[in-house]
Design a protein around this ligand. Structure first.
Ligand code: HXC
Length: 286
């Protein structure tokens, strides 16, 4: 069943949704879900080409769109983006803070700059977007969704940077829900599991690891981008009018069983790479 069959079109007809990092992956899935229920959709990202492609996909769903190149680490660029969106699509009613960066790296091998980069994109980027959109959200009594991760509450090996950033996002969401609730602004987080075809899954798991990961997911499959979009649309809808400061986990149950299988997969892949490197250097010496 399509999401558009669940929500009468008038519910989202006058809404302007801004999705950071909306050019691809989960965030594009979220943007498409809003487009499918009739919202106007703005996206930002670092790569113009990706944004152009995403914009056409959103327009094919009938949405009025606005795409703007902006790095969420750059507050002024985001403020400018929010101002432009207000002019072209009307004031922002829904903000999705989705832009994120990640890679697998053990803490002892990671440079301070690498750690900071992920904190800057994920945590600072989320604050920057909410702060830049604040005046518009206040006017519209809007709704914010921050994209979190299981790493926020469960340690995953080689994910110290992402875990710290996402834990910060969870706390930020609750603080903003407390401070901005009296203004009528709601703030929630979503915890996606591994989502099919995304950069995140590509970066965190090779084919063998993916197979292992499936064993730790009670529903035995990866998620789909639109399944995170369905959570986002629900949280924006009047059906969620009394929900703020909450976290919705949409991961097929993956985090119920902890991170042991993921950790084992990372360590096995590391050991295999080390064995391969030793063999190659021995072969060269012979
Ligand atoms: C170790 C690395 C690294 C790696 C980069 N760095 N990749 N260190 N292992 N694989 C280091 C660099 O050496 C540098 O440190 C610092 O990080 C900054 O790197 P840059 O390439 O200069 O940064 P930048 O161009 O801004 O790119 C940001 C990035 C990149 C995060 C590093 O990977 C990126 O653009 N990713 C965007 C897409 C992405 O990651 N999508 C997946 C999101 S998945 P030094 O010291 O050398 O200067 C996701 C799922 C969440 O978020 C689930 C878990 C929370």
């Amino acid at each position: 069943m399509k999401i558009s069959e669940f929500y009468p079109r008038e519910v989202f007809a006058n809404r302007t949704v801004f999705v950071t990092g909306g050019g691809s992956g989960i965030n594009l899935g979220i943007a498409k879900s809003y487009a499918a229920v009739g919202a106007k959709v703005a996206i930002c990202g670092r790569t113009e080409e990706k944004l152009d492609h995403a914009k056409s996909e959103l327009e094919a769903l009938g949405a009025k769109t606005h795409a703007v190149v902006a790095d969420v680490r750059d507050y002024d660029a985001l403020q400018h983006a929010c101002d432009q969106i207000q002019v072209s699509l009307g004031p922002i009613t829904d903000l999705v803070c989705g832009a994120a960066g990640n890679f697998l790296c053990s803490a002892n091998e990671m440079s301070a700059n690498a750690f900071r980069t992920v904190i800057d994109i994920d945590l600072m980027g989320t604050f920057n977007a909410t702060r830049a959109a604040f005046e518009q959200l206040k006017e519209t009594k809007g709704c914010v969704l921050m994209v979190s991760a299981g790493q926020a509450y469960m340690p995953y090996t080689h994910q110290a940077h992402a875990g710290a950033a996402k834990a910060g996002i969870e706390n930020l969401a609750k603080n903003l829900a407390l401070e901005w609730g009296p203004l009528g602004i709601r703030i929630n987080t979503v915890v996606p599991g591994p989502i099919e075809g995304t950069e995140g899954v590509k970066r965190l798991a090779d084919e063998k690891q993916k197979h292992m990961m499936l064993q730790s997911i009670p529903l035995r499959r990866l998620g789909l981008p639109e399944e995170i979009g369905q959570v986002a649309v629900f949280l924006s809808s009047p059906m969620a009018a009394y929900i703020t400061g909450s976290q919705i986990v949409c991961d097929g149950g993956m985090n119920l069983s902890g991170s042991a299988l993921f950790n084992m997969g990372v360590h096995q892949a590391q050991a295999a790479r080390a064995a391969h490197a030793t063999k190659s250097s021995n072969d060269q010496e012979e």
